[in-house]
Ligand binder design. Structure first.
Ligand code: SF4
Length: 95
């Protein structure tokens, strides 16, 4: 005979119900996969085409004055080689 434990939700005097434990384990594994996928996706950079990147400045705006530019020739959000004189639609001016 199995009776409920008053102290631990889901626990019985016989221990945790194996199917419930498997269900919780599966849910946690699925959550870990989703979080890993979201983190990987968040770290992906845009292609130059997606960012509408160009190798020349736009007005006075250029990669060299963008907060997302990384010396010597890269960007935090756009993939590939980025010219300090370039520009894209993700341009972010420093405050
Ligand atoms: S203007 Fe665009 S490509 Fe250039 S550094 Fe900023 S975000 Fe990157």
């Amino acid at each position: 005979m199995t009776t409920s434990s008053p102290d631990v939700p889901g626990a019985t005097t016989q221990g945790f119900d194996p199917p419930r434990r498997q269900l919780i384990g599966g849910a946690l594994a699925a959550l870990a996969v989703v979080l890993t996928w979201r983190r990987a996706r968040a770290q992906q950079k845009m292609s130059k085409q997606e960012a509408e990147y160009q190798d020349s400045p736009k007005d006075i705006r250029m990669c060299a004055t963008c907060t997302l530019f990384e010396l010597p020739r890269s960007c935090k959000v756009v993939e590939g080689d980025v010219s300090p004189n370039g520009w894209c639609k993700a341009y972010a001016m420093a405050d």
